[in-house]
Write a protein that binds this ligand. Structure first.
Ligand code: ADP
Ligand code: ASP
Ligand code: MG
Length: 793
C-alpha cells in the first residue's frame, strides 16, 4: 500500500488535478491519496480571518476570491458547481462573518477556518476521480487523526488514530477505493479541529504511512525531488537521488520548504521510505529518503531568511548558574522557538537566533525573567539585531569534516560576505552560520558552486581590467575562447566584473554587453575605484595599460587585499621603494609579463631566491623588436633595412625610436634587479642611450651613422652583437658582442634570452629563451598569472 501526497501546486488548478488523476491511475498498487489546499488558499484563509477580526470588510473580497477559485475549478472539471463544496463555502462565509461581527478570533476558530482549504479540495479531487471511473471517496482527516490540542502545531496521538484509521480507511482500501484524505488537519479529543503547522500536509502523508503501515510514502510537489538548493534561489540546483531522514529533517528545519520538518519522524521510526517526486515530471529525477545516505559530506544548502539575533550580555554572567536553562525556559513559556544558540567562550554573552517576528516578544520575556540580575548589574544588556539570515550546509558526517569551517571563511571572504556568527559543531548533519539578510542569495550560490554540490567544485574568479588596448582586447578574447575549458577542466569560472580605460569604465552586467558588441565606449565617467572597492575579494585587478598614473590606485587596492596582475612596466620601474610596496602588500602582486612577455622568468628567479640561492649575474635581451633588428644585422643586413623591415611588419612601437632609445631595456633591467634584490643607485646604472632622436627621420639623420659604427666595431666574423641588459656589480644597458657559438649566436628573430648565473650552479647559467613579444604571448602570460592566483582565492 502506498500513500501519495499531492501539494498545493499539484492540485492548484483543474489542469493540475487532471494530471494528478493520470498519475494515480497509473499506479496499480492500492493507495491512499492526501491532498493540500489549492495553492495560495491557506494564505488567503489566514488573511481573510485577520481582516475579519480587525473589522475590515476586505475579508469579503478575499473570501470571494477563494469562492471563485473553487467554483471555476469545479466548473472546468465537471461542468457545474459541487454541492458539497458550496456547503462548505457557505459555512466558511458564516464563520468569517461572525468573526467580523464579534471582533474575536480564538486559536480554535482560526484553525477551523484554515481547515476549509483542504476540506474543499479533497471533495473536488475525489469527485474528479469518481467522474473518471475510479472508485474514490473524500475523507476528512478529522475523523481519524487525533492530535494534541495545539491548534497550529499539533502532534498525532498515534494509538487512538491508528484504530480509527484502520477502521475508516482500511474498509475503503479493502473495497478497492482510493480515499482522498485532507492534509494539514486533525482533531483533538474534544473534536476541535487542529492543524499540523504550515506545510503540514507532508506530515499527514507520513503519519498515514505509519498508521496504515504503508510500503512507501510518495510526496508529489512542483520540483524534481529534494534539490541541492532551493531552485528559486540557487542557480543550477540539482536533484539529490538519495538522502537520509536525518539529512532531510535538518534541511527542512533550516528552511527548505520542500518537506515539513516533522514529517520525517513517523517515517524514520517505522523505516518507511519516502520518495519526493514532481507532479509535472513524474518520471523525471526524484529523491529517495531512507535510513541511508548516499555518501558523507555536504549535499545541499538552505537558509532561513528572516532571523533576529537576541543577545544577553553581562560581565557578571560567568558566575550565574543555570542561565541557559532559564533563557530556554522563558523562551518556551513565551512561545518562542530558539532556532540556534551560540555562546562566546568567555561566557559573557549568550546569542539566540529566533524568527524575526518573535524577537521583540522574547526580549520582553527575558527582561522580565532577569529583572533582578539586571538591577544587580550582573546582566548589562538584552538586545536584538534584525535583518539576518541563517545559512546551513547539510549532509551526513559534516561534524567530521574539519576543513568545512575553513572553506566557509574562504568563500565568504572571497565573495565579500561577512560571517556574523558561526555555530560550532551544531549537529552531526549540518553546519550553520549567520549573515546579513541581503547577502543570503549570494552566499547560497557561492557555497553551492564552490563546495561542489552538483558534483563539480567551481571556483569563481572575477576580473576588473584596466586597459582595453591591444593586449587588453587579446586577453578578453583569450578568456572568452577558453571559458568552457576553464569550467570543465580547471573547475574555474572566470568572469569580467569591470573594464576601465582612461575615458570611463563599465561595471557588472554592462561588461558582458560591451564584450558581446565588442564596443569599448564606456558610459561611467570618473574613477572606478569606489566601485572596485565594493567588489568581493575574489576579484583580480588586471592592469594591461601603459599608464603610469594608476600606481596609487593599485597600491590602495593591494592594501585592501585585492590581488593584482600587471603587464605594465611603468609602475614598477620607478624605484625600489615603490617596487617593494607593490610586492609586499596584503594582496598578491604578479607581473611576469613585464619582462620577457610570458617566458617563465620572474617566477623562476623568485623560486630560486626563495630556496636560498643567490643570483649574482643576469645577461639578457628582453626586447623582441631589438632581437628582430639585430638578428638581421648580425646576418649581414644593413641596420637601416633591418629597422625599416621591423617597422613594416609592425614589430615596433608606434614611434619606432622608442624601441631604439633603450629606455625599455632600462625599465626591464630595473625590474629584474629589483626582483633579485638589487637596488642600483644612479652611479651604478650605466645606460648607454642609443639615440636621443624624436623620430625615425631625425634618428637616421643624426645618430644613425654613429650607432652603426659602434655595431661594426664590435662585430667580427665570429661574433654577434646585441643590445643587452647586464646585471652584476652594476646595471648596464649596453651593446655587447657574443661568440657565434654562444647561446646569443643562435638567436632567431624576435627571440628573447636570459642567462641567469646562480651561486649554486657554478658558472653555468640557467638559460631561458623563446619568443618574448607579441599580443597573444603577452595575453597568455597575463592569464597565467591570473590562473595562478586561484590558490589564494
Ligand atoms: P507543496 O505545495 O508541493 O508542498 P512547497 O511549496 O511546500 O510544495 O515546497 C516545494 C518548494 O520547496 C519548491 O518549489 C522549492 O521552491 C522549495 N524548496 C526549498 N528548498 C528546496 C530544496 N532543497 N529542494 C527542493 N525544493 C526546495
Ligand atoms: N495548505 C497548508 C499550507 O499551505 C498545508 C500544506 O500545503 O502542506 O500550509
Ligand atoms: Mg509543502
Amino acid at each position: 500500500m502506498l500513500v501519495l501526497k499531492f501539494g498545493g501546486t499539484s492540485v492548484g488548478s483543474a489542469k493540475a488535478i487532471r494530471q494528478v488523476y493520470e498519475i494515480v491511475k497509473g499506479i496499480d498498487e492500492s493507495k491512499v491519496v492526501v491532498v493540500s489546499a489549492m495553492s495560495g488558499v491557506t494564505d488567503s484563509l489566514i488573511k481573510a480571518s485577520a481582516l475579519a477580526v480587525s473589522h475590515d470588510e476586505g475579508f469579503k473580497d478575499v473570501f470571494a476570491s477563494i469562492k471563485k477559485k473553487h467554483k471555476d475549478t469545479s466548473i472546468e472539471l465537471f461542468g457545474n458547481e459541487l454541492d458539497s463544496v458550496n456547503e462548505l463555502l457557505n459555512e466558511l462565509e458564516e464563520i468569517l462573518f461572525a468573526v467580523y461581527m464579534l471582533g474575536e478570533l480564538s486559536d480554535r476558530a482560526n484553525a477551523l477556518i484554515q481547515s476549509f482549504g483542504e476540506r474543499m479540495n479533497a471533495r473536488i479531487v475525489s469527485k474528479y476521480f469518481q467522474t473518471m471511473g475510479l472508485k474514490s471517496a473524500p475523507v476528512d482527516a478529522t475523523t481519524f487523526l487525533i492530535t494534541t490540542s495545539d491548534y497550529f502545531d499539533a502532534n498525532p496521538l498515534y494509538e487512538e488514530s491508528e484504530k480509527r484509521a484502520q477502521k475508516i480507511l482500511g474498509r475503503y482500501i479493502k473495497e478497492g477505493f482510493t480515499p482522498v484524505v485532507t492534509g494539514y488537519i486533525g482533531s483533538d479529543v474534544n473534536g476541535a479541529i487542529t492543524t499540523l503547522g504550515r506545510g503540514g500536509s507532508d506530515f499527514t502523508g507520513t503519519i498515514l504511512g505509519r498508521l496504515l503501515d504503508a510500503r512507501e510514502v510518495w510526496i508529489y510537489t512542483d520540483v524534481n525531488g529534494v534539490l541541492t538548493g532551493d531552485p528559486k534561489v540557487v542557480q543550477g540546483a540539482k536533484t539529490i537521488e538519495k538522502l537520509s531522514y536525518a539529512e532531510v529533517r535538518e534541511l527542512s528545519y533550516f528552511g527548505a520548504k520542500v518537506m515539513h520538518s516533522k514529517s520525517l519522524i513517523p517515517a524514520m521510526e517505522k523505516h518507511i521510505p519516502i520518495r519526493v517526486l514532481n507532479t509535472f515530471d513524474p518520471n523525471g529525477p526524484h529523491t529517495l529518503i531512507s535510513d541511508e545516505s548516499a555518501f558523507l559530506g555536504p549535499k545541499a544548502v538552505t537558509s532561513i531568511k528572516d532571523i533576529a539575533l537576541v543577545s544577553v550580555e553581562g560581565k557578571g554572567m560567568q558566575g550565574l548558574k543555570g542561565i541557559s536553562r532559564r533563557i530556554f525556559e522563558r523562551a518556551s513559556k513565551t512561545g518562542v522557538n530558539v532556532i540556534m544558540i551560540a555562546q562566546s567562550s568567555s561566557e559573557q554573552t549568550v546569542d539566540l537566533f529566533v524568527n524575526e517576528g518573535v524577537s521583540d516578544r522574547l526580549i520582553e520575556g527575558l527582561k522580565n525573567e532577569f529583572d533582578n540580575e539586571i538591577k544587580l548589574g550582573l546582566i548589562d544588556k538584552i538586545s536584538s539585531k534584525k535583518n539576518l539570515s541563517i545559512v546551513s550546509i547539510v549532509g551526513d558526517g559534516l561534524n567530521r569534516d574539519e576543513s568545512l569551517h575553513k572553506e566557509i571563511f574562504r568563500i565568504s571572504y572571497a565573495y565579500g560576505i561577512k560571517v556574523i556568527s558561526i555555530v560550532q559543531g551544531s549537529s552531526e548533519n549540518s553546519l550553520s552560520f549567520v549573515v546579513k539578510r541581503g547577502d543570503v542569495g549570494k552566499i547560497l550560490n557561492a557555497l553551492h558552486s564552490e563546495l561542489g554540490l552538483t558534483g563539480q567544485k567551481i571556483k569563481t574568479i572575477n576580473i576588473f581590467q584596466f586597459g582595453v588596448g591591444s593586449v587588453g582586447k587579446e586577453l578578453i578574447k583569450l578568456i572568452k575562447e577558453n571559458e568552457s575549458y576553464f569550467e570543465r577542466d580547471l573547475n574555474l569560472r572566470i568572469r569580467y566584473v569591470g573594464l576601465a580605460r582612461s575615458q570611463g569604465f563599465a561595471k557588472s552586467d554592462e561588461v558582458k554587453e560591451h564584450i558581446e558588441k565588442w564596443d569599448f565606449n564606456f558610459k561611467n565617467s570618473g574613477s572606478p575605484l569606489n566601485y572596485i572597492k565594493s567588489l568581493p575579494k575574489n576579484t583580480v585587478i588586471v592592469d594591461v595599460t601603459n599608464s603610469d598614473s594608476i600606481a596609487m590606485d593599485l597600491l590602495e587596492l593591494l592594501s585592501l587585499g585585492f590581488n593584482v596582475v600587471t603587464s605594465n612596466k611603468k609602475n614598477l620601474a620607478t624605484d625600489f621603494e615603490t617596487f617593494k610596496k607593490f610586492t609586499t602588500s596584503k594582496g598578491k602582486f604578479l607581473f611576469e609579463t613585464t619582462v620577457g612577455a610570458s617566458l617563465p622568468l620572474i617566477k623562476v628567479l623568485r623560486e630560486f631566491i626563495n630556496a636560498g640561492d643567490t643570483i649574482y649575474r643576469i645577461v639578457g635581451l628582453p626586447s623582441g623588436t631589438l632581437s628582430f633588428i639585430f638578428t638581421l644585422v648580425n646576418r649581414g643586413e644593413s641596420l637601416k633595412d633591418a629597422i625599416l623591415k621591423a617597422v613594416e611588419l609592425g614589430y615596433t612601437e608606434p614611434n619606432p625610436v622608442d624601441d631604439l632609445v633603450g629606455m625599455d631595456l632600462l625599465r626591464k633591467g630595473k625590474i629584474l634587479s629589483y626582483v633579485i634584490g638589487k637596488d642600483f643607485k644612479e652611479n651604478d646604472v650605466e645606460f648607454e642611450c642609443f639615440t636621443r632622436a624624436k623620430n625615425l627621420d631625425e634618428f637616421f639623420e643624426k645618430d644613425y651613422k654613429n650607432f652603426e659604427q659602434k655595431i661594426r666595431n664590435l662585430l667580427s666574423p665570429n661574433s654577434v652583437v646585441y643590445p643587452v641588459v647586464e646585471i652584476e656589480d652594476k646595471l648596464r644597458i649596453t651593446l655587447k658582442a657574443f661568440p657565434k657559438d654562444s647561446a646569443f649566436g643562435s638567436l632567431r628573430e624576435g627571440e628573447n634570452i636570459f642567462e641567469i648565473y646562480l651561486k649554486n650552479f657554478s658558472n653555468i647559467p640557467i638559460t631561458i629563451r623563446g619568443l618574448g613579444a607579441g599580443l597573444r604571448v603577452t595575453a597568455i602570460g597575463v592569464l597565467q598569472d591570473i590562473l595562478s592566483l586561484e590558490a589564494y582565492i
